[in-house]
Design a protein around this ligand. Structure first.
Ligand SMILES: [Zn+2]
Length: 184
């Protein structure tokens, strides 16, 4: 199953794992190409359309995550509440998960109360101990993502995956380099 690159002009790419601006403090991807399974790709475009109807944009932090990168994250921070054990497999490594936020039409990310990958209880959904505008923005993201067919993660406001991610196979780019090489 080939992964599809996210090239829609309504979606901003800010791939933190391709830069040092992530929890490991170093780049863990050697390229900034955002890929998704075709089912997830279609669902993300539905969400982008709903955001556009609100005058907003999707701002993407991560999509498909190679299995080797999941191991790097796990070895840096083996915190199962926030990072999927690579032996079980992350929905990101199946190409059916995204980490994202909302941004203005001018591409300024909306206030969400905590940052991406801020591994604190305040990053969970339904928190009333963050500013009300941030609660509003999280609920807006939750609503349009749910309407577009995504499921939320109660602990991470930025993470969404398709229902039943385990039904999708793990995609190991080391085992199938063609997936990514063709997109360079
Ligand atoms: Zn995620």
């Amino acid at each position: 199953m080939p992964l599809l690159p996210i090239t829609d002009p309504a979606i901003d790419l800010d791939q933190r794992y391709a830069s040092a601006d992530n929890i490991t403090g170093k780049p863990i991807y050697d390229r900034a190409v955002a890929l998704l399974h075709p089912d997830a790709h279609a669902a993300l475009l539905r969400a982008a359309g709903l955001a556009a109807a609100q005058g907003l944009r999707l701002h993407l932090f991560d999509a498909y995550r190679p299995v080797a990168a999941q191991w790097q994250l796990w070895q840096t921070l083996p915190a199962p509440d926030f990072i999927a054990d690579p032996r079980r497999g992350s929905a990101h490594s199946r190409g059916v998960a995204v980490d994202l936020t909302l941004a203005t039409a001018g591409r300024v990310p909306l206030e969400m109360g905590t940052g991406f990958d801020d591994m604190t209880p305040q990053s969970g959904h339904a928190r009333t101990d963050i500013p009300v505008p941030a609660q509003h923005n999280r609920l807006l993201l939750l609503g349009l993502m749910a309407a577009a067919g995504w499921r939320h993660n109660p602990r991470e406001w930025w993470h969404y995956n398709l229902p039943d991610p385990a039904a999708y196979p793990l995609i190991d780019d080391a085992a199938d380099g063609r997936l990514l090489m063709d997109l360079r």
